[in-house]
Write a protein that binds this ligand. Structure first.
Ligand SMILES: C[S@@+](CC[C@H](N)C(=O)[O-])C[C@H]1O[C@@H](n2cnc3c(N)ncnc32)[C@H](O)[C@@H]1O
Length: 288
């Protein structure tokens, strides 16, 4: 297991045998866990918080400088968990247009490109290094993919993607890295490029995930929001909070549930509770 305060790869656990269940209510904390969370009251100073926000892009870019393409594993589970990636076309034979927002080095997109020939993927990230790694991948080809740099909280997605042309947008462990006050802006941008009837597929850290409980005091930025040793940040979503964000941006909720896993970490022989939030939201089709 990684040291407290380091990015806790969600993939680390995907490879191990696990019991998975989906639930609508929060994981029940033990008394010890509850005490740990409630006693952690001191927040990082405003000055440091502002610096983290200013340096957000730099810190992620340094993350990719250190880890190159070796940190996350390819996410081969996306088509299993989200059948919309195969079915969400307006007509049969139509090419699916996908936006992977916050694509990192492409661990989500390359399995999809390998699996489905009838797909075009826009992939953006604010880390220039990550985008460069995507472009250098042997599977990257400009007829089926366009990777570009974009800060979802600042830059205009429409500078690259035409309004209402995307069928499916994926947000996989990305929104948690964005400051809560700026999440809304990122969702509004995605809303604009999605076609009516288009959907967002979301998976990210859920409230009371093991990674949240492992932060030592001194790393708390706000409610359910923490900073890692390397300056990257992580928010832990409740269902209600996420649904509120998406609804405010104009989306309808289709699915919104916690995925609970008791996972065994082989190195330490520990069984730890992972909590992810897995959700689907739709851009409504205007009624005539
Ligand atoms: C945990 S990684 C996930 C990458 C990828 N979605 C995957 O599943 O492997 C989070 C990514 O979000 C990107 N990111 C964070 N804030 C962003 C922002 N404001 N705009 C664009 N990308 C951002 C980071 O650079 C990083 O690549």
């Amino acid at each position: 297991m990684s040291v407290t305060g380091k990015l806790d790869s969600p993939d680390e656990f995907d490879a191990f045998p696990h019991h998975q269940s989906t639930v609508l209510s929060e994981r029940t904390l033990t008394t010890e866990e509850m005490e740990k969370l409630t006693s952690d009251r001191v927040l990082v100073s405003d000055f440091k918080q502002q610096k983290l926000e200013t340096d957000a892009q730099k810190n992620w870019d340094l993350f990719y400088k250190r880890n190159t393409t070796n940190f996350f594993k390819d996410r081969h589970w996306t088509t299993r968990e989200f059948d919309e990636l195969k079915n969400c076309r307006e007509s049969q034979g139509q090419k699916l247009v996908l936006l992977e927002a916050g694509c990192g080095v492409g661990n989500c997109i390359f399995p999809l490109l390998e699996e489905d020939l009838s797909i075009f993927i826009y992939a953006c990230d604010f880390s220039p290094r990550a985008v460069e790694f995507v472009k250098q991948n042997a599977l990257y080809c400009t007829e089926r993919c366009l990777a570009f740099q974009c800060d979802l909280t600042k830059d205009d997605l429409q500078a690259t993607i035409q309004v209402e042309t995307v069928d499916v947008a994926t947000l996989i462990f990305v929104l948690s890295a964005i400051h809560p006050e700026k999440m809304q802006k990122a969702l509004e941008q995605i809303f604009k490029v999605l076609r009516p009837g288009g959907i967002v597929l979301f998976r990210d850290y859920g409230l009371y995930d093991h990674a949240m409980l492992r932060f030592k005091s001194g790393n708390k930025l706000g409610q359910n929001f923490y900073v890692r040793q390397d300056g990257t940040r992580s928010f832990f979503f409740s269902r209600e909070y996420l649904a509120g964000l998406f609804q405010q941006a104009g989306f309808e909720t289709l699915v919104n549930e916690y995925v609970l896993r008791e996972t065994v970490n082989k190195k330490e022989g520990l069984c730890v509770p992972r909590v992810f939030l897995q959700s689907k939201f739709c851009k409504p089709v205007p009624s005539e």
